[in-house]
Design a binder for this molecule. Structure first.
Ligand SMILES: N[C@@H](CCC(=O)N[C@@H](CS)C(=O)NCC(=O)O)C(=O)O
Length: 217
């Protein structure tokens, strides 16, 4: 059965592929699984029908037969477990790739999202200028460590995996991308991810939603 995912009807990122459906689209493209997209408005996400699938009223969700999932990481893991191409066959290598998935969505993403939220919500506050360098420092601390681990390898642990997919996706967020110039190997890592045909297809598809909405408005 063709799975259906949800995405923003009108994404605040204006088609830059920063909403979390991007990771799910990319994973589906990597494994060659066709999918349908149901576009939802902010109001629809908070209605009972959507809340029955996503308890927090967000995107993305994933529906396939009787299975309904939320959380982009869980969805990407589900896709990776059911199709070849995103997790190594060797059990230990597979466990390490899954560890990178968790690292991307927790350890790496946390300071990036904290800085993003701070800039969005507190830029007019009197403490903004004093606190921003602290949050910049937290992002840099993570990127220094990630950069040291990646070294001159193409991917984080052997071949491309769902761990790389989620890490690239997190580093593309503005608060991560802002610092990539300081870490050339991470910039190259993100560029390698973005150059993958599956990424390009996923990006084009989500951008087409924005383009169509703009044309109609
Ligand atoms: N941890 C969740 C985060 C989901 C999330 O934050 N979704 C955003 C779009 S990227 C959303 O739906 N925001 C609208 C809202 O929270 O009302 C995941 O990775 O799926």
């Amino acid at each position: 059965m063709t799975p259906t995912i949800t995405a923003f009807e009108s994404s605040p990122d204006r088609g830059r592929g920063l909403a979390r459906d991007m990771a799910v689209r990319w994973a589906l493209e990597e494994v060659g699984q066709p999918y349908d997209v149901r576009l939802v408005s902010f109001a629809e996400m908070k209605q009972p029908a959507h809340l029955s699938i996503h308890p927090f009223g967000q995107i993305p969700t994933y529906e396939e037969s009787d299975l309904a999932l939320f959380e982009s990481g869980a969805i990407v893991l589900h896709i990776a477990e059911r199709h070849a191409g995103l997790l190594p066959a060797d059990a230990d290598a597979r466990a390490r790739a899954i560890a990178w998935m968790f690292a991307a969505l927790t350890t790496v993403q946390a300071p990036i999202v904290e800085r993003e939220g701070f800039i969005l919500l507190e830029k007019d506050r009197p403490w903004f200028a004093e606190r921003l360098p602290l949050l910049d420092g937290r992002v840099r601390d993570r990127l220094v460590q990630l950069s040291a681990r990646l070294g001159d390898a193409d991917w984080l642990d052997g071949g491309f995996s769902a761990g790389d997919l989620l890490t690239v996706n997190v580093l593309r967020r503005p608060a991560g991308a802002n610092f990539l110039g300081e870490y050339p190997n991470l910039a190259a890592f993100v560029a390698r991810g973005e150059a993958r045909p599956a990424f390009r297809r996923a990006f084009a598809d989500q951008h087409a939603v924005f383009a169509a909405a703009s044309a109609g408005s």
